[in-house]
Design a protein. Structure first.
Length: 227
């Protein structure tokens, strides 16, 4: 059986109607994610940050896993994802490593407890902790914060030990996730990239499929035995 590891980014969820993280969408077109998704922004204006996340949560709540999510789930491979929307799990994927957290989890800035919260829309912005009434924040990784060490170490271990490293729908410019294909390549894996546009990963990929995620994953599955 092929030892396959998958890395996914925003391009996978875009086909479910979820705007890419760097897209300029509606109400937020005058804001850069870097100005909202930081600890400094949250300290400065937690209400504004939570309004943005509440907007994103409402969009995600209406989204369904698309063909790419479902096909990747059927591969029964470990999926390392930069996405925070939980759509891989909803598609049936059993092994998902979330490098950047999950938008449906919250963490208290006072007592430190973390738990799931699926309230859409939020009744109170910013929301308060159900345990201590402290200020909650999204349990996601913001710019300037470190990735969860256990998730990163597991992702690196998998990259070093796999035979094929499949990269789907990621720009490859957000680190350290963007380094994982290079780690896999250095340790002898074949790197396959699925992306309609060129990325830094394209230069080291053994196979490049210039398609959107759903089409590309289907093509990959049809040909994977010939890798």
């Amino acid at each position: 059986m092929l030892n396959l590891v998958v890395l996914t980014g925003a391009g996978v969820s875009a086909e479910s109607g979820i705007p890419t993280f760097r897209g300029k969408e509606g109400l937020w077109k005058n804001f850069k994610p870097e100005e909202l998704a930081t600890p400094e922004a949250f300290r400065r204006n937690p209400k504004l940050v939570w309004e943005w996340y509440d907007w994103r949560r409402q969009i995600i709540s209406k989204a369904e896993p698309n063909k790419a999510h479902k096909l990747l789930a059927q591969l029964n491979a470990v999926i390392i994802t930069q996405n925070v929307d939980g759509l891989h799990q909803r598609a049936g994927a059993k092994k998902v490593i979330e490098l950047h957290g999950n938008i449906w989890r919250v963490r208290c800035t006072n007592c430190g407890k973390e738990y799931e919260n699926y309230e859409v829309p939020l009744r109170e912005i910013p929301p308060k902790c159900k345990f201590c009434n402290g200020l909650l924040r999204p349990a996601v990784v913001w710019f300037g914060e470190c990735l969860p060490l256990d998730a990163l170490e597991e992702a690196e271990r998998l990259a070093k030990s796999c035979e094929v490293f499949l990269v789907v729908g990621t720009s490859g410019v957000v680190y350290p996730a963007g380094l994982l294909p290079f780690v896999a390549k250095q340790h002898g894996a074949k790197v396959v990239e699925i992306n309609p546009e060129s990325t830094p990963i394209s230069e080291i990929a053994d196979i490049v499929i210039r398609e959107k995620a759903s089409v590309g994953v289907e093509k990959f599955i049809r040909t994977m035995l010939n890798l």
